[in-house]
Design a protein around this ligand. Structure first.
Ligand code: AMP
Length: 976
């Protein structure tokens, strides 16, 4: 209840009204958790005992009780009627408790001066708040000290005390009350908060100075803020008093509790001056063997483990391992199973692999190629490697001896990741025993377990030691040699390899079942190198060392005798030959290559740069026949580790991504430049398959005029196809760039190369479908190689290919009519395209049919029009082109015939002198096709060539000397 009786002064009476109401409305105070009270006038049960001045002065404590009979202390002053008021009220000593910044919350009412009756001129509407810091408290400044300074007048004493106080602020009321408010009992309580700091002493006094206002100080609360004890992510942070500066943060390192450990770094938080925890850094996690459940670390159960701080929960032990106790930080392997340090903790325990399987050997001279299959049991690991133990079997049962350091293992002897190895430089005709062992990462730990080997016994071959020269002629040398001392089985045949000295890039191999033979067809007065080797069922022995023999420079007595008998020979031959010649000419058989059989026992093959020229045996395998396209790639293409490749330049753009170049350094091989086709990122599985398709095809070819595949990179990204590098890029661009720069022989040489590559492809049963100069690559030696393989893919890739009415893309200008009309793609349609390539080459990259539309081209061909001979084109070449463009595909020449014809033209440059009749050559106009015969036989074949082709080349000399210098004269030979 408000009490009117407390104050006689009208103003004070009004104040008293106010505080009673205000206290009633203050209600119960709840203090935030981060505030600590140092003083709360409302919480003091006894008298506050604050000291007022002047003595018995005007600040007066009013004691009341609230409805709960709790005492209420309020100080009032209201000397608005008198001049020069200076009334002080100071609190007891307030301990800071270590706080450097404190807050003072005042609740008060203040009378509006204007509303005072009579309008008092001295009335104030503010009061001042001061503080005085001291470590001493009561000792230093006793209660009432301000009044009782010894030996001083009250005025002096007071001035001295007041001077110690520092002003905090002048406090004004937001709302002051009037007579009216009192009447209406409107509560106008003000709350003001001031902060104070930095404080450096143990405590301080607060003082309130009234200069003539009408105030009731209802409540004074002094508190500081702190960051209260806090637990976050298993880390405890203690009660923390903030710094003294307003925006200061105090860093606090937390303490990991409850079987937890700091993860990476100790946990930290920052305490703000507002008493809030901010910016958490780091955290605690349960230590290994424990997992966090509902904010507590609980031990892992039996059969479970937790090894890493990063993992959240306990995990079940991986296969073949156990945890027999709770709180396991790792699992132990079952007997016979192992783990190495680098194995991840969640990996199963593993064991050594079983032995390799299906080991086979292939002896080649003094090298052995060993191959095997992966073990049935890999032990549960992917790191299976193979080691080879090589032992020589000593004669006469003297046991085994480990192979010496001279024996080479390619790529290496131990730690092989592939299932094959080449063992080279073994001793000839020696027995060896090889042990192949499979190991994996845990083999070392499982030493007590018996090693699992597979063993192979091998005998190397014996070499022919000496080759002797027998009778020598101008064009032949007789050779003989002795059988190897200890042949490794029955000798099936000998191989004689020979070449003209210093021309070893091209050599010839002849086979013989005897230990002697006459090598024919040699040049007179020339030095040849010969080597012989034997073959048994185990394979080839080593070649003998090189033997150098020279052919005779002049006719020997024998050949003179032979000359005398020429007529006899010729007569005997004549009848046969006439029949052969007639048959040969009549059969219309073009001048094709046929395998030169010297006799049934001797087979002759020509080699160039290490490649067999005419293999004709292997056939192309369509990668489509493989269920898994990846298998096809790895069947035909070697996987190359990307670390062996450096990409240096971009050289072109392919359908699937950039084409680059750079060096390829395969271990044990010399560095070569390669082209690197890449598959751009974000490809689909289908695109990857299409991209690698080309490699599956290219990898099957091995010919100097077909782009050579070095290998593929499929195990890393980007996926790549690695081919030999062709310095001059694609043929069409190359020719355009070098218009008119080459001799006819050089151009024919290029065409010969392309024809040779195409002959190889057709021999293998591969139809290219997109033969065009743009798909031929040229190297620095002007060697042309056919590229761009892959059935439908090449056509998708080719900007020249257009969709036809029957579906499918076709490069119209290059394609034979039957292929356009009903997709009859054959080697004969490739021959048509070859004719177009010839035209492109001879016209230095001119566009076939110029700017005619595809439709017009189809129509013109249908009406028997063909491209005219390019400018300065030899007639013989134009005839060949026209032949390639025969409507009837069976009338077109075969690639082997084309090669044969071009070879002849190259050997006989004069045959290229006659150029296409300029009257035939109407620029940019097509000409009518007149079934020009490009038949090889109609071209000036010489007697020598003819004799060569019937394996009688060695008689050329005799025929020349006998005056039979042309086929006509031979044909006219009579029996006389
Ligand atoms: P492709 O995707 O095969 O048509 O290749 C695109 C371009 O890259 C070709 O036109 C050539 O200019 C270049 N290129 C491709 N392969 C080779 C290579 N083996 N040597 C040099 N350049 C090549």
């Amino acid at each position: 209840m408000p009490s009117r009786s407390l104050w006689s002064c009208g103003g004070a009476r009004l104040v008293a009204w106010t505080w009673v109401w205000s206290v009633a409305l203050l209600g119960a105070r709840s203090i935030p958790a981060n505030e600590v009270n140092l003083l709360d006038s409302r919480a003091v049960m006894v008298d506050l005992g604050w000291v007022a001045y002047p003595k018995n002065g005007y600040w007066e404590e009013i004691g009341e009780v609230d409805e709960n009979y709790a005492p209420i202390h309020t100080y009032q002053v209201c000397r608005v009627m008198e001049q020069n008021q200076n009334n002080w009220l100071h609190t007891n000593w307030i301990l800071t408790e270590g706080a450097q910044r404190v807050f003072i919350e005042l609740k008060f009412t203040l009378r509006d001066c204007n509303s005072l009756p009579g309008g008092v001129g001295t009335c104030k509407e503010t009061f001042n708040m001061y503080y005085y810091e001291t470590d001493g408290g009561e000792d230093e400044m006793e209660e009432g000290e301000m009044r009782d300074g010894p030996g001083m007048t009250e005025e002096e004493d007071r001035a001295m005390k007041e001077s110690r106080y520092i002003k905090i602020d002048t406090i004004a009321a937001d709302e002051s009350f009037t007579e009216l408010d009192l009447g209406d009992r409107v509560m106008k309580l003000n709350t003001e908060v001031r902060d104070l700091g930095p404080l450096t002493r143990k405590g301080f006094y607060l003082a309130f100075q009234d200069l003539g206002a009408c105030i009731a100080l209802v409540s004074v609360r002094v508190f500081y803020k702190r960051c209260p004890f806090f637990v976050k992510s298993l880390a405890e942070f203690p009660d923390t008093i903030p710094g003294s500066e307003a925006s200061q943060l105090v860093e606090v390192v937390g303490h990991c509790v409850n079987n937890s450990l700091p993860l990476y770094e100790p946990p930290r938080m920052h305490c703000s001056t507002e008493g809030e925890w901010l910016v958490p850094i780091g955290k605690c996690v349960c230590q290994p063997g424990f997992e966090e459940i509902s904010g507590f670390c609980q031990v892992c159960s039996v059969g479970f483990y937790r090894s890493l701080l990063e993992s959240l929960t306990c995990s079940k032990c991986p296969p073949h391992s156990v945890a027999r106790q709770t709180g396991a930080t790792s699992c132990t392997c079952e007997d016979g199973y192992y783990k190495i340090d680098s194995d991840p903790s969640n990996m199963a325990c593993t064991r050594p692999p079983s032995a390799p399987r299906n080991a086979i050997s292939n002896v080649n001279e003094t090298s052995v190629f060993l191959e095997w299959s992966v073990p049935t049991e890999t032990g549960g690991r992917k790191d299976v490697r193979y080691n080879i133990l090589c032992r020589q079997v000593l004669p006469e049962g003297r046991g085994l001896e480990e192979c010496g350091p001279n024996v080479r293992f390619l790529p290496r002897r131990v730690g092989l990741s592939n299932t094959s190895v080449m063992v080279a430089d073994l001793q000839s005709h020696t027995n060896y025993s090889f042990l192949l062992e499979a190991v994996n990462g845990v083999s070392e730990l499982a030493r007590e377990h018996a090693k699992q080997y597979v063993s192979l016994n091998v005998t190397t071959n014996q070499a022919v030691s000496v080759v002797r020269k027998g009778h020598t002629e101008k064009s032949s040398i007789a050779l003989s040699w002795a059988e190897p001392d200890r042949p490794n089985g029955i000798i099936l045949e000998y191989e004689i390899k020979y070449f003209e000295k210093e021309q070893d890039s091209s050599y010839t191999i002849i086979k013989s079942k005897e230990t002697e033979m006459v090598v024919e067809g040699l040049k007179p007065s020339s030095v040849y190198i010969f080597q012989v080797r034997a073959r048994t069922s185990a394979g080839y022995g080593a070649f003998s060392r090189r033997f150098e023999f020279q052919t005779s420079p002049y006719l020997t007595a024998t050949s003179e005798r032979a000359q005398a008998s020429i007529v006899a020979v010729a007569v005997t031959l004549a009848l046969v030959l006439l029949a052969v010649v007639a048959g040969f000419l009549l059969s219309g058989r073009r001048c094709g290559y046929s395998k030169a059989k010297q006799d049934p026992e001797e087979e002759k093959m020509h080699f160039h740069n290490g490649h067999i020229k005419f293999p004709g045996v292997r056939t192309y395998i369509d990668p489509l026949t493989y269920e898994d396209p990846n298998q096809a790639v790895h069947e035909f293409a070697q996987e190359i580790d990307v670390s062996f490749i450096s990409i240096e330049r971009i050289i072109g753009a392919g359908e699937f991504g950039e084409v680059c170049s750079g060096p390829l350094r395969l271990p044990g091989k010399r560095e070569i430049q390669v082209a690197i086709k890449t598959l751009k990122a974000g490809y689909t599985e289908q695109q990857r398959r299409d991209f690698l398709w080309e490699a599956s095809i290219m990898g099957q070819f091995n010919h100097p005029n077909i782009i050579r595949l070095e290998g593929v990179v499929t195990k890393s990204k980007p996926v790549m196809i690695i081919t030999e590098y062709m310095e001059n890029g694609s043929l069409d661009t190359f020719l355009k760039k070098n218009d008119g720069q080459f001799t006819v022989i050089q151009l024919v040489g290029m065409l010969r190369g392309i024809a040779s590559g195409m002959r190889y492809l057709s021999d293998m049963g591969y139809v290219h479908r997109d033969l065009a100069a743009r798909n031929i690559l040229v190297n620095s030696n002007l060697v042309c190689k056919v590229s761009d393989f892959g059935l439908s893919r090449v056509l998708e890739d080719d900007p020249e290919a257009v969709y036809t009415t029957r579906g499918g893309k076709i490069p119209i200008r290059w394609t034979a009519p039957e292929a356009i009309a009903y997709r009859k793609f054959t080697s004969a349609s490739d021959v048509w395209s070859y004719g177009i390539v010839m035209w492109e080459v001879m016209s230095y990259g001119e566009r076939p049919y110029w700017e005619m539309s595809n439709q017009d081209v189809i129509k013109a061909i249908e009406e028997s029009y063909r491209l005219p001979g390019p400018m300065d084109c030899p007639e013989a070449l134009y005839h060949l082109m026209m032949d390639c463009w025969q409507r009837e595909r069976s009338n077109r020449p075969k690639f082997d015939e084309i090669v044969c014809l071009l070879d002849k033209l190259i050997r006989n440059p004069s045959s290229l002198k006659k150029l296409v009749n300029s009257s035939h050559r109407v620029s940019n106009l097509l000409v009518e096709h007149a079934n020009v015969q490009g038949d090889c036989n109609t071209l000036s074949q010489t007697v020598g060539e003819w004799l060569d082709s019937i394996k009688m080349g060695r008689y050329t000399e005799l025929f020349m000397e006998g005056g039979y210098s042309s086929l006509e004269t031979v044909a006219q030979m009579t029996s006389e």
